[in-house]
Design a protein around this ligand. Structure first.
Ligand code: AMP
Length: 411
């Protein structure tokens, strides 16, 4: 479908031409008209589906129609799970409004950068705030932001926020918003927990799901290789050398493992780097830029890289360690096969991962053949994981404990 059908402003249409967006993606086709009609939406949208433009374009159109030349008020609040996604959404807003006579003032509110600059931009007056919840709450705590004028609230990649124990933070943010507002929710999956949160945020939301959309992106070949833990690193080297992949994103379960393996691979002569939440923001930005420019060929990363990174040329994603949740699996592999290109996702599974991967397959409604690579065949008996101890009843974590735990998350 062509974008013309939505009657977006000339300035937005011009930006669409500049971006070479000629046809809508299925999610855009369904979501854009609903946003323009000011409906609440609950969209099941995979990463790479074009969901960012599905809310950015109509919200900009609404903003532009309503703009007055006086001090800006925060009309739109967009929450995302990671700093990178926040920056990308902000950039999309700036890009699509670059032809406007009066441009919206967009403030990006994220941790790892000077809070002073962000406060100053908010005080000067801004129209759209794109934020991660932690830093936004810091600013709310300081009573330095007025969100009572918000008319449109977007939660992007909401299921990822659930993983981070986000429900309480969300409540604190919702308290700041007026009751009358439009709510747009985007999530790759809608588990029970997500539906509960959704019912608290949205009112009579229209559910959007793209028919026939596979839980994982169709142009990605998914492979599963059985390999013992100690052979994962040599196998990865062998695969990279043999397959000549342009760029490889390797997901690790911890920051330390990510650093260690990047070091090891550099010693072996690979252009490798590590990317995780412990790096200061400048380093995170720099590493991503270098990866985008192809100066880094192998990026070892924690799940912080599984959402929202717009790099169109990743030839292969490797799950060196399996993700914790099926939703993370979908997000991780969605980093390859972008912008219509073919992609490859390989998961290494050892003896201890068999049951967990079966669960991922079940939830994602996929069934993948197990491969073994000559010289790296899996040895030993399959291991049944011991069940963890049940939590002690009556010992609920305090809000502070949960926040602290979140800060200490491995990513
Ligand atoms: P998203 O799912 O929002 O992360 O978008 C995935 C990628 O698709 C981004 O690189 C977008 O620039 C691109 N994209 C989104 N919508 C369109 C469209 N209608 N035509 C071409 N590319 C698009």
């Amino acid at each position: 479908m062509n974008f013309e059908i939505f009657n977006l402003s000339d300035e937005i249409n011009k930006a669409l031409v500049d971006h070479k967006y000629s046809e809508t993606t299925p999610i855009q086709e369904k979501v854009i008209p609903l946003v323009l009609e000011q409906k609440d939406v609950m969209a099941k949208a995979q990463t790479g589906s074009g969901k960012t433009a599905s809310f950015v374009l109509p919200l900009l159109n609404i903003w532009q129609k309503d703009v007055r030349v006086k001090k800006a008020k925060i009309k739109q609040l967009i929450l995302t799970p990671t700093r990178e996604l926040t920056i990308q959404v902000s950039n999309a807003i700036k890009d699509f409004s670059k032809e406007f006579d009066i441009k919206p003032k967009v403030v990006t509110v994220i941790g790892g950068e000077s809070i002073g600059d962000q406060l100053l931009s908010i005080q000067k007056g801004c129209d759209i705030v794109v934020a991660t919840s932690g830093r936004l709450l810091d600013i709310i705590d300081k009573k330095q932001i007025n969100l009572s004028t918000v008319e449109h609230f977007v939660l992007d990649e909401a299921d990822k926020m659930l993983d981070l124990g986000f429900a309480e933070e969300l409540d604190l943010i919702l308290e700041q918003l007026p009751v009358q507002r439009q709510n747009l929710l985007f999530s790759a999956t809608y588990p029970e927990k997500m539906l509960k949160i959704a019912s608290r945020i949205t009112k009579n939301a229209i559910s959007i799901e793209i028919e026939n959309e596979e839980p994982t992106v169709v142009n990605i070949t998914q492979r599963v290789i059985q390999v013992n833990k100690e052979n994962k690193s040599p196998l990865l080297q062998e695969l990279i050398r043999k397959n000549n992949w342009n760029q490889v994103l390797v997901f690790m379960s911890s920051k330390r493992a990510s650093d260690n393996l990047a070091n090891k691979f550099r010693k072996y002569g690979f252009l490798a780097e590590s990317f995780h939440g412990d790096l200061i923001q400048d380093d995170r930005n720099y590493t991503l830029d270098e990866f985008k420019k192809n100066k880094i060929k192998i990026l070892f990363a924690t799940d912080i890289a599984s959402r929202g990174l717009h790099i169109d040329d990743i030839g292969c994603v490797v799950n060196y360690d399996l993700p914790r949740s099926p939703a993370d699996y979908v997000h991780r592999i969605g980093r390859t096969g972008r912008a219509g290109k073919k992609g490859m996702a390989i998961s290494f599974i050892g003896l201890e991962d068999a049951a967990h991967f079966k669960l991922i397959e079940k939830r994602c409604e996929i069934s993948l053949e197990r491969e073994q690579i000559e010289g790296f065949e899996l040895k030993g008996e399959s291991i049944q994981k011991e069940k963890g101890k049940a939590p002690i009843k009556g010992k609920r974590k305090s809000k502070k404990d949960k926040l602290r735990e979140q800060n200490n998350q491995k990513i």
